[in-house]
Write a protein that binds this ligand. Structure first.
Ligand SMILES: NC(=O)c1ccc[n+]([C@@H]2O[C@H](COP(=O)([O-])OP(=O)(O)OC[C@H]3O[C@@H](n4cnc5c(N)ncnc54)[C@H](OP(=O)(O)O)[C@@H]3O)[C@@H](O)[C@H]2O)c1
Length: 248
């Protein structure tokens, strides 16, 4: 399958190498040009392209840019043919990602993204930290396999994304429509807590909409206090323990 990825950072790069290794033809782009993409991620099946070319002819497109950068890529993404699934890995943290009045007032993050782009969207891979995405994928049926929720309004989009999630080493859980994807946002029980399928199903059902942003902000305050800035990734095992205590 031809897959376009816009964003070659922590998550975009990992998805490129995993999907290339799974046999897909992956074109990946950042904002600064193909020559600036880490050659280490240009493994089998993966090539670096200009952002304007990443979605050309793609059967699936993945956008993995910071939430604040979505308006910069909206024009590009709005040109993708309507029938092509577009998967968003994004999350919003107030402060780190600027301020978004609608989302701060409770609009679902990916609903805001879909409206900004003006086309249907899938939310997937947003709920796993880069270190777990890199190292904790396993074969289908493996004991304790980590599961990831996938939300979308069109069933065919959700199915396509779930299939790709499985190919990256994780059980895919049908999380329903995009409007319900607040259940997998930062602060939710299933967010970066490395749960199994049964635990994700239970966590999605148990999520409390009023508490999700409060718990996100508590965890984020602890991360910033520890790292002293908005960009350094904290020690991931510590972050995983923090999330499990606060979110579940
Ligand atoms: N890091 C995690 O553990 C994690 C886990 C799950 C979900 N997420 C979410 O996934 C998204 C990406 O996270 P990340 O950690 O991978 O981010 P990142 O490491 O900061 O990488 C962001 C990428 O987006 C590219 N980009 C920014 N503006 C662009 C534009 N206008 N056109 C094309 N490319 C553009 C950047 O390219 P340049 O450097 O050239 O600007 C960079 O390659 C975020 O919403 C994040 O919250 C992150």
């Amino acid at each position: 399958m031809k897959i376009g990825i816009i964003g070659a950072g922590n998550i975009g790069a990992l998805l490129a190498t995993k999907l290339g290794a799974a046999g897909h033809d992956v074109a990946i782009a950042n904002s600064r040009g193909p020559e600036t993409i880490d050659p280490g991620i240009l493994t089998e099946g993966v090539r670096a392209v200009e952002a304007a070319d990443a979605a050309a002819g793609a059967e699936v497109v993945i956008v993995s840019v910071p939430f604040a950068r979505i308006p910069d890529v909206a024009g590009l993404l709005s040109q993708i043919p309507e029938n092509v699934p577009l998967i968003d890995t994004g999350n919003y943290y107030p402060g780190r990602d600027g301020r978004h009045d609608a989302v701060d007032a409770g609009q679902v993050e990916s609903v805001w993204v879909a409206q900004t782009i003006g086309r249907p969207l899938v939310k997937a891979w947003n709920s796993i930290g880069a270190p777990s995405l890199a190292d904790k994928g396993t074969e289908p049926g493996a004991q304790g396999r980590i599961a990831l929720p996938v939300a979308a309004d069109r069933d065919e989009d959700r199915r396509a994304a779930m299939d790709l999630v499985e190919q990256t080493g994780f059980d895919a859980v049908d999380a329903g429509r995009l409007a319900e994807s607040w259940r997998q946002q930062p602060g939710a029980p299933v967010y970066c807590t490395d749960l199994t399928r049964a635990e994700v199903v239970e966590g999605l059902a148990r999520a409390d909409r009023g508490r999700v942003p409060k718990r996100r902000d508590l965890a984020w305050a602890a991360v910033v206090e520890r790292t002293d800035d908005f960009t350094t990734m904290p020690d991931f095992d510590w972050a995983l323990r923090l999330n499990r205590v606060l979110y579940r």
